[in-house]
Structure formats: C-alpha cells, structure tokens
Design a protein around this ligand. Structure first.
Ligand code: GAL
Length: 991
C-alpha cells in the first residue's frame, strides 16, 4: 500500500530538530481527549482514504488519547459488543528478554496490529497559523497527517516527536497511524509489557514569529566559591532578542550572557530552585534553575564537590489500569512515597519518563539517571549477531534517540547522568552515541553498564553482584572481565562505580538491603545503587476480584512469555507498599542515630542539608508499655557531620523488670511537600541493659490466672500440666480444653520467588522438594512420662531418602501450662548427598501446630508490625503489636511464604469459644499463623485458590532462612541459611 516505513532503519522523517520541553505562555491547544479509532489486524488494507476531511468515521470506535489501545475497550468495526483485549494475544503482551517478533531485522510480521486515529479539532481565532504539533509518546511507530498533508513518521516510543505545521482557523483534521510492531521494536526490548498506542499527550503549540525554538540552561555551581554561574543559550525563530530574568538573584541577562552570583546549590535533599523567565517579545518560558556541578574526581562521583551517593530505585512508568499513561497525581504519589521512604534517586529504567516527572524531581528533590529508550536485549538470541549498537547502518537512528532525550531533558537539574541504554550488548556504536551526547551536553557523566570494556562509560557499573563481589569492587580489587584489554582494564579501575540494579524485589523480598548499604558506606568509590524495582507491573482484574492482578502468564497461550517476572516491585501494582518498603526506608536513612555511652549520636549522611529541620525524641518502653518520653536537645549537624547530646536520665527503678527499650526518632519539624510535619526520617532502638541498667528478668510476666481443669491420664491419653497428649505419637492433643495439636517438626516453607532462583540457578526450592521437605513423615520412637515431665523421641524423614531428623520433645508442667524443649539432630547423609551434587538446604527449622478455627486475634511482643525475616528485619521495631490472624499475611499476587514475625518474645491468641492461649519463646521464636498450611500455600497458583482449611496453622520456629533476591540476584548468603546443625529451643504454652 505504501513504503514500509515502519521497517526502515533510520531516524525520524519530517520531525523538527529536538529541543527542550518547557512550560511556555504561547497558546497551547491540548489535543488529548476522545479521538476516533479503528484497529486493523495487519498493515495491509489500511489505505489512506481515512485522511480525507469528510471521511465518515461515525462507525469508528472512540478512544481516549492518551492511552494504550490494548488496555481500552474496543468495539469491533464489524459490529458486536465492545470487548477488552486483556488476556488475549492481541492485547497487552509481556516478555522479559525475548522479542515478540522474529529476530529478522528490519522486517516485522504481516500480522501487525495497526491503529488509525482521527481527530477533528477547532483552532481558535488568534492562535496563529504556524504551530508545532508535539507527540510526547507513541508506541511504537507512527505516521501523521494534518489536513491530508503527510507530516512524517517516527519511532522512539518514549521520546518526543515534533512537527512544524500550518493550521487553519476553525476545523482541522489530524490523522495518525500507529503500528504495534516496527523497526523500533528491535530497539525497545525492555523487560516490560508491549503496549501500543498514543500513550502520552498530544499538543498543538502556537509558534509566534519570535517563538523560542530551543534553550539550554547552563547553571553551574562552584563549591569552592559558593558562586552559581548562569548562561542560557537561546535560539529564536526570527532571530530576535531574548532576555533572561531571575528576580530572586537580581539577574537580567541577554541570551548567551554569563553571570556569577552567590547561590544555594541544588541537591536532592535541598532542591533549591530559582524561578525565572526567558522571554522574547512573543513568548515567555518559565525557568526552574538549579545550580549544581556533577563531576568525577579521583575516582569518586561528586555533586557540588561532595560525594554523590544514590539511595535509589529503578522506576518504570506503570499504572494498573492505564499502563504507561500516567497522570500527574500518580507521578506525585510515586515521588511522595519515595521521599517518605528515604529514596533519593531514580534510574528511569529503561526510557525517559514523562517530562512532568522530571519537573517534579527538580522540585521535590531526586537525583535522576535519565536512561534512553534503547534496549536490544533480543539480539542475545542471535549471539549478538547484528546487534544495532555494533552495526553502522543503525547508528544515526540510535544517535537520534539519544539526542531526543538529551535535548528534551537537558535543563533539569535533577538529571545528573545520562544512561545511553540498558542491556544492549557491546558495540562501537556507543562511541558514536557518546559523541552525540557530548555535542549537546558535556556537563553530566555518561553511563553504559553492559560493555565490559566500559570504554564509552564514565562510570563502572554492574547489576546484581553478590555482597562479596561488591566488596571487591569497593576496594578496587574486582576480577578482570574476559576479553578486556590492559588499557581498558586499567581505566575501569579508576572509575567510580554505580550499582544500576540490585535487590530484586520480586514477591517476598529482597533481603540484605542493609548489607549493601554497609558496603556502600565503607568505600568512596561506590556511589550507591538502584533497587530493582519500584512497582509491580500488574493490571487490574475486575473480572476476578481477589485475584489481585493480571501478569504476563495470564495471556492465554502466548509465547514467549515473561510470566510473573513483571511483578517485582517494592509497591504492589495498586501502589500499596509491600513490606520491603519499610526495610528500604530504614536502610536508606540519611541520618544515623546511635548510642555512645550515655550520649545519643546523630550522624548526618545527607548530601547537603543540615539537620536543623529535624527534632529528636525518645521514648522508653517496658514490654511494650510506655514508661517515659522526652524531647532531646540535639544540636543540628552539618551534612557529613555529627552532633550528640546526653540521653535523659530515666528513673531506673521504674525501668526494672521485663524488656526495656529506648527508641529514638528524628522527625521533621515542618510540613514538607512530600510529608506532613512529624514524619520519621530515622530511628534507632536500644535495649536498656546495653545502657547498664539493671538486667531485665528473662521471662515475661505470667498470663492472667485462669482455672485449669486437671484430668488424669487414662485410655484417652496422657495428662500433663492441664493438657492431654496422645499415647502413641506423644503429640499434644488438647490444651486448656481446646484441641491444640502439635508439634510436627517442620522443615518446609512455601517457596518464595526468590527461593526459586532464576532459570535453574540458585533454585533452593527445587532442592527442598527433591529431598522431600514438603512431604515429611514422622515416626515416634518413644514416649516416656516421668512425674511432671514427658519425653517424646521422634524420627522425621521423607520417602526414598536416607536423611532424617531425630528430635526429642521434652515437656514439663509449669505454673499455668507447659514448657517444651525441642532438640533436633540432622542424621544421615544430608550434605552432600551421595545421589545429588548439591548441598541440601532447609528453609525452616521449627514446629507446626494445628489450632481450632475459633482463634482470630493475636497479640505479640517482638518485631513488627510487618513481616520480618533474618535478612529483612532492621526496618522493624521491637514492640507490642496486635492484629487479626488473617491480617498477618501479606497478599503477594503469587502465593508464597509470607507473614513471618521473627524474634518474637511472646504471643497471645484469642477468639470466640476458645481459651486464651499464650506462647512464650525462651527467649525468641519465629511465628507464622494462618488458615492454610505451607503446602497449600505452595500449591496455590493464585490467591483465589487459597482456601480456609478450617484450622489455624501455627508455626513456632527456631529459625527460618532469609529472603535474598536470587530470583535475579545472587545466591542467598550463607549467613542467612539454616545450618544443618544440632539445635535446641524452648517455648512455653500457657492456657
Ligand atoms: C535486568 C534488567 C531489568 C529486569 C531485571 C529483572 O537484567 O535490566 O529490566 O529485567 O533484570 O527483573
């Protein structure tokens, strides 16, 4: 029908020179709104008759612009009811690394869904005839016509395209044809949903004679002198004069003129912006100027002369209903949540975000690594043969992408680094891309992570290293990558390092956040990193309430399929924080509070800001009950500095007994744009014996007295301490008159996604099932009742395997109930096994109990309020908490182990028609309580499959392994595994 422009390797055709996106007072007509739309399954047969002014499009569908058509309701042209394409191979598709089309560039399949868009709009009187038509984002390839005249075509889904156009007063008709697959598809193989459509704003911008074509704000800050230097380069349509005014600095400059004045620099924690204007006689542009200098000195990344440390996240644009079409409120919400959780940096993985997001980052304060819309991951399936960054034919097209990003975003102080691409192999083209950036902007470092030579990158970077590997990098002792020359290796060792992705937040996890921080703290070369990732890319499922979200695997029969890998964020898709976010907030605290003797020490690790905006308070609690509270006269500390003050003297008499904890908090004094006054920025807890107060007795207060019905041993069982035991198995049957059964030795947990590793690597869960941890059977060897104690010796093993656990449950009647000591020993060839090369690991060492369904509420003293694991516990506080049993669980969209409460001192269970039950760890236990077993949780494919078993299942464990982030990251560190060593732990059951 016409030339297959969507298969053409080359830059856009017909677009105007890229330029800065900035708010202007020139008339603007938003073309967002209801457009006419028709969808064709292929490019064939989509003629150009739809361009005519008088086309009868009454039968077409209506579609919202901006949107992705695959997320909208579509009315088939042939008639019939509106249908949603979700869950359908024509709908949203998700792949991780694989291309959704054959790897056969420049070709794309004939089956190429194509959307024709039409909009008739009125240009008001006085708007003028010369205008710029701006598309802020169209996925993946489009051609546009205005009033029947072809304007041009382009790819670059997350990049702007602008056209100089002539409009007529009154009615105009804009037609846009959008192809789902195109040459751009080969360059946009990011791990995300494939979502075609005009998904960002369309605007018509009036261009008066003296319109500003482009402007470049150079706003440097010299840390040595405190002077800011401003120069704004401007190009004006008719060459007429332009002036820059910054009233706050008393600056009134010509375009291109330089001035130096004392200023406050811009940083993420002190995002000082100077508002100004750039004016010609016909147009005024608003300037938001942030003075700052980003440089690399002695192998350290610096902002304004001080080391720049990223406490960052990778952010994709995602909304569970509208995909990558985000409104401003959603962007603000992301930033508020980030700032509230001490996140100060964003890598815009893996494309430039909506420009409004960057304006918000300027204003709220976030360091931004702006990444270009370029990922050629799919070429990995061809052994990187033909990879565009290594094929000169592609370079102009790639360079144009970089130029469109850099021009659009060059004036944002928040943007401190350009990232050329994600996962696009290596190639000589990166040299060209680097040059194309430098020809526009030399003020920011340039980053590219994937080329092992790092020749074209100003920083060294990797993804997902182990803690040990990161430590080596910090020390500059990293191993030399294969195939790298001496010169490249030597140069790389002089570069600062940034961890572009780490801590894979898929499902329950990640663990080790604090471990990474401790390594970052220790080595100036390390400029921090970016957690993978901010938000789950799941879509709403109004059709299946309770299912939570749709993921890639829900598209029936579609291959290749990235499945659930799109659900790996710190936020669930509806922006509810996952428990990991509390851990992030703690790990990323920019202010550290520690106790030194009788003093509280505050270490200010902020980049620039002192701590005068924070007030420090402390509270003293015994067993979770408040004893005292005070405000501390903590002096402000300068950035990088320290201050201290004496802790108040508490009435140590009152603090005796129980567990006494001092909690200190640094809270904001005033409202900030991202949080109301009183927001906790940092906190710490110290157990008072550390402060040399009288030691608390080991045991918590006894439970409220209740009458225990004593019954004699008989045929129906063994009676001890008001409880009844089974004669044969020796297992508890009844406690306080209620059927409380247990313990069963438990070595299993429902695998988390991080337990499953990636592609067979680090798949601990496979080991567990291979060795039968999910189907343990038990054999009681001996049940011995001696006076007030009962000893039960049991062997636990799995069919086919010689390994087993021998354990002894020693029961003792105590005041109000029973004390149980469990002793376990791993017997047999547990590690390594004769029949498998791998070591056996167990995720849990504990006891399982079955309680009646009547229990509904739990109160506990220990870590909380959220779930905790051994490598994800520092963000929780020791205190007294209460919750419904059903609210202890975290509803991960993929069912998996969750809801553990580590290091619990005691818990009290109650409900209707059941006796109150109190359980004490002696001293500490991990606790999980829920209405299904671990096996049922492991078997469920969706939350809808989780059924109430009619019992409460309680785990009282000696320990559980950590979370890690092996779903993409390194193996779970050794220190967070359960060692197969003899163990002993004690609990008390009181009823
Ligand atoms: C990285 C990639 C990300 C994402 C992540 C795993 O390799 O850059 O886009 O795929 O792995 O979730």
């Amino acid at each position: 029908m016409n030339d297959a422009y969507w298969e053409r390797i080359g830059p856009s055709v017909g677009t105007r020179r890229p330029r800065a996106d900035a708010p202007s007072d020139a008339p603007r007509l938003s073309l967002n709104g209801d457009w006419r739309f028709r969808l064709s399954p292929t490019t064939a047969g989509t003629g150009e008759e739809f361009l005519a002014d008088d086309v009868d499009d009454a039968q077409w569908d209506a579609i919202a612009v901006p949107s992705h058509w695959v997320l909208e309701e579509i009315t088939p042209l042939a008639g019939g009811p509106a249908r949603s394409l979700r869950g359908d191979a024509e709908g949203p598709l998700y792949t991780n690394t694989a291309l959704p089309i054959p790897l056969d560039p420049p070709r794309v399949p004939h089956e190429n869904p194509t959307g024709d868009y039409r909009l008739a709009f009125d240009v008001p009187e006085g708007f003028g005839t010369h205008a710029v038509l701006r598309f802020r984002g169209v996925d993946s390839c489009a051609k546009a016509w205005l009033n029947g005249h072809e304007l041009g075509h382009w790819t670059g889904s997350r990049l702007p395209a602008e056209f100089d156009v002539t409009v007529r007063p009154g009615r105009n008709v804009l037609c846009v044809r959008v192809h789902r697959w195109s040459i751009g598809t080969y360059l946009e193989d990011q791990d995300q949903w494939w979502l075609p459509g005009i998904f960002r704003d369309v605007d018509l911008l009036a261009r008066p004679a003296a319109a500003i074509d482009d402007h470049h704000v150079h706003a440097d800050f010299d840390p040595a002198t405190g002077l800011g230097t401003l120069r704004v380069d401007v190009s004006v349509g008719d060459g007429s004069a332009a002036r820059i005014a910054v009233p706050e600095l008393s600056l009134d400059l010509d375009a291109g003129e330089t001035a130096s004045v004392p200023v406050h620099p811009w940083s993420a924690d002190a995002p000082r912006l100077y508002r100004g204007t750039l004016s010609t006689r016909d147009e005024t542009i608003e300037l938001a100027i942030g003075f700052r200098r980003i440089e690399i000195a002695d192998g350290v990344l610096l902002a304004n002369g001080r080391p720049l440390r990223f406490r960052g996240v990778n952010r994709h644009e995602h909304h569970p209903r509208t995909g990558r079409t985000l409104d401003r409120a959603t962007m603000v919400r992301d930033i508020e949540l980030m700032k509230q959780h001490n996140i100060d940096a964003v890598r815009t993985s893996h494309y430039p975000p909506h420009p409004e997001f960057l304006s918000l980052c300027d204003e709220y304060g976030l360091w931004v690594v702006d990444e270009c819309d370029l990922e050629t991951h799919g070429f990995i399936y061809a052994g990187w043969q033909g990879n565009p960054p290594d094929e000169p034919e592609w370079y102009p097209m790639l360079a144009e992408r970089l130029e469109r990003m850099v021009h659009r975003d060059k004036n944002h102080p928040s943007v401190v680094m350009w990232s050329m691409a994600n996962e696009s192999g290596a190639g000589r083209g990166f040299e060209v891309l680097r040059e194309s950036i430098l020809s526009i902007d030399g003020s920011r470092p340039i980053l590219y992570e994937r080329d092992p030579s790092y020749r074209d990158s100003d920083l060294y970077a990797v993804m997902y290293p182990s803690l040990e590997a990161l430590e080596l990098i910090g020390r500059g002792d990293e191993p030399r990558p294969d195939g790298v020359s001496d010169d490249d290796d030597a140069r790389r060792r002089t570069l600062p390092f940034v961890l572009v992705e780490y801590a894979h937040a898929m499902g329950n996890g990640p663990g080790s956040l604090q471990d990474y921080e401790r390594i970052f703290d220790a080595h100036p070369r390390l400029s921090g990193g970016f957690i993978w990732e901010w938000i789950d890319h799941g879509f709403d499922r109004p059709d299946l309430p309770g299912e939570r979200v749709m993921h890639g695997g829900d598209v029936d029969g579609y291959r290749p399929n990235g499945g659930r890998y799109c659900l790996d964020g710190l936020l669930f898709a509806d922006r509810t924080p996952s428990p990991a976010l509390a851990e992030v907030a703690k790990a990323f605290e920019p202010v550290r509070l520690t106790i030194d003797g009788g003093d509280l020490v505050l270490r200010n690790q902020r980049h620039a800001r002192d701590t005068a905006d924070l007030r420090v308070t402390c509270t003293l609690d015994r067993d979770g009950e408040r004893l005292a509270q005070a405000e501390l006269p903590m002096p402000a500390a300068l950035a990088g500095g320290e201050s201290r003050c004496a802790l108040p003297t508490f009435d140590t008499e009152a603090a005796q007994g129980g567990e006494v904890w001092l909690t200190v908090e640094a809270r904001t004094r005033d409202d900030a744009p991202w949080a109301a006054a009183g927001h906790v920025v940092a906190w710490a807890q110290h157990r008072m014996p550390d402060l040399e107060l009288p030691a608390a007795p080991a045991r918590a207060a006894p439970p409220p007295a209740r009458t225990v019905t004593r019954r004699p041993s008989g045929d129906d069982g063994i009676a001890l301490g008001g409880a009844l035991f089974d004669r044969d198995s020796g297992r508890l049957l009844e406690l306080g008159g209620a059927p409380v059964e247990g313990p069963w030795l438990d070595l299993f947990r429902a695998p988390t996604e991080n337990d499953r590793g990636q592609g067979g690597r680090n798949d601990l869960a496979a080991v567990w099932t291979a060795v039968g941890l999910d189907r343990l059977v038990h054999r009681t060897e001996r049940v011995t009742l001696t006076g007030e104690s009962l000893e039960v010796v049991t062997r636990t093993g799995a069919a086919a395997h010689p390994h087993r656990v021998e354990h002894t449950a020693s029961w003792r009647a105590i005041d109000g109930g029973l004390e149980l000591t469990m002793r376990v020993e791993f017997k047999g060839p547990w590690s390594p096994t004769p029949h498998r090369a791998r070591d056996i690991v167990v995720p849990r060492l504990g006891s399982r109990w079955r309680l009646p369904a009547g229990y509904t509420r739990v109160e506990w003293f220990g870590h909380g309020p959220g779930e905790t694991y051994v490598d994800s516990i520092e963000g929780s506080r020791v205190g007294r908490y209460a919750a419904d049993i059903d609210d202890l669980a975290v509803p991960y969209p993929t069912p998996q182990e969750n809801g553990n409460r580590s290091r619990t001192r005691w818990l009290a269970l109650e409900g209707l028609g059941v006796p109150a039950l109190r359980i004490e760890g002696a001293p500490l236990i991990d606790v999980t309580a829920r209405r299904h077993t671990s096996e049922q949780l492991a078997d469920a494919r969706s939350p809808l499959e989780l059924r109430d078993s009619g019992h409460v299942w309680l785990n009282l464990d000696q320990r559980q392994q950590g979370l890690g982030s092996a779903s993409v990251g390194p193996a779970l560190p050794e220190q967070y595994r359960v060692p197969l060593e003899p163990a002993e732990w004690t609990i008390r059951l009181l009823a």
